[in-house]
Design a protein around this ligand. Structure first.
Ligand code: ADP
Length: 852
């Protein structure tokens, strides 16, 4: 609504009684409504009304509404402001109330109060912005001079402010465009004035009087601003900063000391920041952007949300290591020693890492494939990454990618978002403070995908040596050179790594450990580390190798050493309590059975359950006797063993065979069970099988049915048609885990052959291999992990496809010596090896040979 045009308000107005703040025509005010009468007005007039008229109310200042509606109405201020209710917001907290946004239209005076309840309504007379007032100007000269003077002051005041702030520029334009008679009201509501002063202006119905009263207020504000600028001059070389105009400030009010100090401090910070930007070694492009942002920052009022955003941005830009790097100190011989010292076994991995480092040393640049360590958890992938950083003398930073499904996690959010921030790469650089760290991208196989874009695509850019010298994070919006960063990735499996990403990386498989390797790792690395972490010394605790073996076989079942490390930690904690209490006791000779070869006389163990803590005999013992962890102590601390050898028990019935499976967590043994019952030839499969595995089951049955006569396999009623009146159920335990892959083919055949022949499969044999309809055995993957799993489970004979024989070379000699391998190229050979005494073919029944 143009402030200058004439308006006409209704002659009857509902009255809103306000106490805080004075609404002047042409200005807007937010007021809280919680008294009964005012609430009634909002509810029944504003919220129910449908016409524009119903949103016009009379705002009476300086009159508080009684807190209860039975109280009498207080005497009302005579003059009020007719206002348009622009917005009503309701809330129930902390008590029911509304917040009204009202815009003043014109003055009115109350002629007569018409009713008081539920809310007051009065007959009113409009006092300004009437037709006759806007057209006929009384004594043109006199008012002309006054208004001219007023206008000049108003312009002077506005020009003291920062014109680059849009609101100030708009105000400047309004001064020229608004009719002069509207200016006193508007400016009074903008500058620092008390409620009392505003009330006086409201009561000044005559325009001349209003001009006269507002001029001193303007002058006072101008003087106040001058004073403020003078106090700042020495520190501030220009007047670009916005001087906020706050209401309720007196002319001679000099901002309080603390407030001023705060502002100065902020200002100093900004100057410091600018200095830092200029002296930092950022790229030219970045410097340009920063200076532009700095310019914007200086013009922004601090209360603006964007101020903090811009400042954070500039601070990050200054902190980033644009040109700061550590010096590489690579010496291959030292690197070899360091890698060997930090890690036992994993020869293949260490060899490849050394080659990689040697090439880097000779070529002196980082272009080349990104190394990606793939293997089960706890085999030392992360810790090799850390060692590489150590050998190079570089900073190390781990970026966990598991579950990341948003592109902006890698590439940052654009700064238009509230709460936007840089991506993990830039954040990591800020954390390490140098531009050539080793970044370990952990779990690249667990990257997600979502509507927010594909993080793998963002990683592609990061990892591509051709592109990453100008990586642009959305938050920074300028290129940052990542070419000095050494990236290493880790994953549990390559199956879920996006192919484009896989293409950029060189995969190095890190298989699980054998029991012997685990024992060595425990004694060389894990135990010393745990002792140190728990403040123990070898004089206080002794863990013999047999105990470690016990922990490995009976308390953990894993390819890596993470659970083993945790169990050792639990032992150290328990011993720490004993040591701290000074309570340990000599082992009785009959309890030292596991410590063969150790000096039995020195054996001590803790036995919290059977011995009383207050046993005085304890105190006589020398405190430096180490606590020996034997099997009994182990049971005490870790509870009963979690894994017992169950193999032979489970194989006591026909229809069970042991397969070998590969999972991202390492190899595992898998019992396949089959049973048959009367039915209509149906095959039921349970255990969450994938399509490939279901097909293997069908293949196995078809092959057995076609060879039933040859092997004398019959169903319950003696027929060679195995499915005649018979249903078969095949189950793969660990039913909750989804399984897929072709390698269970031979196991299913063996299991069904056992079921239909009624013979038991040897209890110490495990097998793996894909089958064809013609009974050939095809090679499968993950042989090393599978063999290690069989070895862990105490199995002795392993049937593998003939064409996998070459994979056995990777397996440690001691493991190979413990096992017997049967190489099978067809199912006959598998069955012969799986059953004691072989699985004889009935003479005379020839194998079906294809003539193709
Ligand atoms: P991953 O990253 O493969 O899941 P970690 O690197 O976190 O495994 O290794 C887990 C723990 O096992 C670490 O404390 C590490 O030092 C230890 N560890 C694993 N393998 C070895 C090894 N070959 N030699 C020494 N310590 C090892």
């Amino acid at each position: 609504m143009a402030a200058g045009s004439a308006i006409q308000i209704p002659s009857r107005l509902p009255l809103l009684l306000t106490h805080e703040g004075v609404l002047l025509p042409g200005s807007t005010m937010r007021t809280s409504v919680d008294s009964p009468r005012n609430m009634q007005l909002v509810r029944s007039r504003l919220l129910k009304g449908t016409s524009l008229r119903s949103t016009i109310i009379g705002v009476i200042p300086n009159t508080s509404d009684p807190t209860s509606d039975c109280d009498d109405l207080p005497s009302l201020h005579r003059i009020g402001t007719a206002a348009l209710a622009v917005q009503v917001v309701g809330s129930n907290w902390p008590k029911p109330h509304y917040t009204l946004l009202v815009t003043g239209l014109c003055r009115f005076q109350i002629l007569q109060l018409l009713k008081e309840k539920p809310y007051p309504v009065a007959e009113v007379e409009q006092l300004d912005r009437l037709e006759q007032f806007t057209n006929q100007h009384k004594s043109e000269e006199e008012l002309g001079e006054l208004s001219e003077q007023f206008y000049k002051y108003a312009v002077q005041l506005v020009e003291m402010l920062d014109m680059s702030v849009p609101a100030v520029a708009k105000l400047r334009r309004l001064l020229d465009n608004l009719p002069r008679e509207a200016l006193p009201d508007i400016l009074t509501s903008i500058i620092r004035t008390s409620n009392q002063e505003k009330l006086q202006i409201l009561d000044a119905v005559r325009l001349e009087e209003r001009f006269k009263m507002t001029i001193p207020l303007l002058v006072r504000q101008i003087e106040g601003l001058k004073l403020l600028q003078k106090t700042r001059k020495p520190k501030q070389d220009d007047d670009k900063r916005v001087v906020a105009i706050r209401p309720n400030r007196r002319i001679n009010h000099i901002p309080s000391a603390t407030e001023d100090e705060e502002e100065e401090e902020d200002h100093d910070d900004v100057v410091m920041l600018e200095k830092k930007i200029r002296t930092s070694s950022m790229s030219e492009q970045a410097l340009k952007v920063c200076l532009k942002e700095m310019k914007r920052l200086k013009k922004m009022p601090q209360s603006m949300p964007e101020y903090a955003l811009t400042r954070n941005y500039l601070e990050l830009m200054v902190e980033l290591p644009w040109n700061k790097s550590t010096k590489d100190r690579l010496e291959i011989r030292a690197a070899r020693i360091l890698l060997d010292n930090d890690h036992y076994a994993m020869e293949k991995l260490k060899k490849r890492v050394l080659e990689y480092l040697a090439v880097r040393q000779l070529k002196n640049n980082l272009k080349g494939p990104i190394l990606c360590f793939v293997g089960p958890p706890g085999v030392g992938k992360t810790s090799v990454g850390r060692s590489i950083a150590k050998t190079l003398g570089r900073e190390f930073h781990r970026i966990a990618l598991g579950g990341v499904c948003d592109q902006s996690d890698i590439r940052g959010h654009r700064r238009t978002y509230v709460g936007s921030m840089p991506g993990r790469i830039i954040n990591g650089l800020k954390t390490v403070g140098v531009n050539n760290p080793v970044f370990l991208l952990d779990e690249v196989d667990k990257l997600g995908k979502s509507l927010q874009g594909d993080p793998a695509a963002a990683l592609l850019e990061v990892l591509d040596p051709e592109q990453n010298h100008s990586f642009t994070d959305h938050y920074l919006n300028v290129a940052f050179d990542l070419s000095q960063v050494l990236f290493i990735a880790t994953a549990n499996t390559t199956a879920t790594i996006p192919p484009a990403l896989l293409d950029r990386m060189e995969i190095i498989q890190v298989p699980g450990y054998t029991q012997e390797e685990k024992i060595e790792i425990a004694h060389r690395h894990l135990i010393p580390k745990q002792l140190e972490q728990h403040g123990l010394t070898p004089q206080q605790i002794q863990i013999p190798q047999v105990t470690t073996l016990d922990i490995i076989t009976r308390y953990t079942r894993e390819a890596g050493v993470r659970s083993l490390d945790r169990k050792l930690g639990a032992i150290c904690r328990a011993v720490a309590v004993k040591v701290a209490e000074g309570q340990h006791k000599e082992t009785k000779p009959d309890r030292a059975d596991v410590g063969e070869g150790d000096d039995c006389k020195e054996h001590v163990t803790e036995d919290a359950k059977t011995e009383s803590i207050s046993d005085t005999a304890d105190l006589a013992l020398p405190p430096e006797m180490p606590i020996l962890i034997d099997f009994h102590a182990l049971k005490d601390i870790l509870g009963p063993p979690m894994y017992e050898m169950e193999v032979s028990e489970r194989l006591s019935q026909p229809g069970v065979a042991i397969g070998l499976a590969w999972t991202p967590l390492g190899g595992e043994i898998m019992f396949v069970e089959a049973s048959r019952m009367d039915g209509e030839g149906q095959l039921t499969l349970t255990g969450q099988l994938g399509d490939v595995m279901k097909e293997s089951a069908h293949l196995a049955i078809s092959w057995l049915r076609s060879n039933a006569k040859r092997y004398q396999l019959t169903n319950a009623s003696g027929s060679f048609d195995l499915l005649d009146n018979t249903d078969i159920h095949l189950h793969f335990p660990a039913g909750a885990v989804t399984k897929d892959g072709p390698s269970a083919g031979v196991t299913i055949v063996t299991c069904l052959a056992s079921l239909f022949s009624g013979r038991l499969v040897c209890s110490d044999v495990a097998m793996t291999g894909e089958i064809t309809l013609r009974g050939l055995v095809l090679p499968v993957g993950g042989i090393k992990d599978k063999v290690l799993a069989a070895h862990r489970a105490g199995l002795k004979r392993i049937i593998i496809p003939q064409r996998n024989e070459k994979d056995l070379e990777e397996i440690a000699v001691n493991v190979r010596e413990d096992l017997t391998f049967v190489m099978a190229s067809c199912l006959d050979e598998v069955l012969n090896a799986a059953f004691d005494g072989g699985f004889a073919v009935k003479p005379g029944v020839e194998r079906f040979n294809s003539k193709l």
